[in-house]
Write a protein of this length. Structure first.
Length: 225
């Protein structure tokens, strides 16, 4: 079973950009691997189109994206034309990220991405809408698994990337519904006598009926995107 913090499994795959070794392809970037039930399907087309529009936002965060679907590369290449059209791209524009071919479901099975309730025309299970976030050290940092009928929220995925990258560099956690720039929470493991030194921008303790001082807010640390 893959656990958060484990090195994400490496694999070789055929993609719309040729054969890749996943770890080598990632290089020193963060990565998002997101899977799709099938080519030429409505929800998937909206998702991949949305990613095209968000590519500048992911690039600013040093994040590479790669999709996966249980169809052939030739099918993917034809599908890319529809995706670009829906995204409002010119037909001559290069598709900005690769799509993995996984006809035999090897990668989908290895990563637990199959949806037993969604079958193709010959009765084989399709991939669910999995999202895996991998950091620049190849560590598995987050996964979200959606059913085939529910499209992903890529604004939420960007928000999660912001949280992961921010909290890697600062002794803070991000509270419910946090967005970049909002107040953060001081980690409960930070001793009281170190708070002022570590957070010179100030800390606000939220008064609680218990009298405990664990809810400590501090302004969001400055980051450069």
């Amino acid at each position: 079973m893959l656990l958060l913090g484990d090195i994400f499994p490496n694999f070789n795959a055929n993609t719309t950009e040729g054969e890749i070794d996943f770890h080598h392809w990632l290089g020193e970037s963060w990565g998002i691997l997101f899977s799709h039930p099938s080519d030429f399907t409505p929800v998937c087309t909206t998702e991949l189109s949305r990613v095209i529009k968000l590519m500048p936002d992911f690039q600013k965060r040093n994040v590479k994206l790669i999709a996966l679907s249980c169809d052939s590369v030739s099918s993917h290449v034809a599908w890319c034309k529809d995706i670009k059209r829906y995204a409002g791209c010119h037909e001559d524009e290069k598709f900005p990220y690769p799509i993995i071919e996984d006809k035999d479901r090897n990668i989908a099975m290895k990563l637990g991405m199959l949806d037993k309730d969604e079958l193709d025309t010959v009765g084989m299970p399709l991939t669910a809408r999995a999202v895996f976030i991998i950091d620049s050290n190849k560590k598995y940092r987050l996964s979200i698994l959606y059913p085939a009928t529910t499209g992903r929220n890529f604004d939420e995925i960007l928000r999660v990337i912001d949280s992961l990258q921010l909290t890697d560099k600062n002794k803070v956690a991000t509270p419910v519904d946090w967005k970049m720039g909002d107040d953060c929470m001081v980690l409960p493991t930070i001793p009281e006598d170190q708070v002022t030194k570590m957070f010179p921008q100030g800390v606000t303790v939220v008064p609680l009926p218990s009298g405990k001082t664990y809810l400590r807010k501090t302004p969001c640390p400055k980051v450069e995107l």
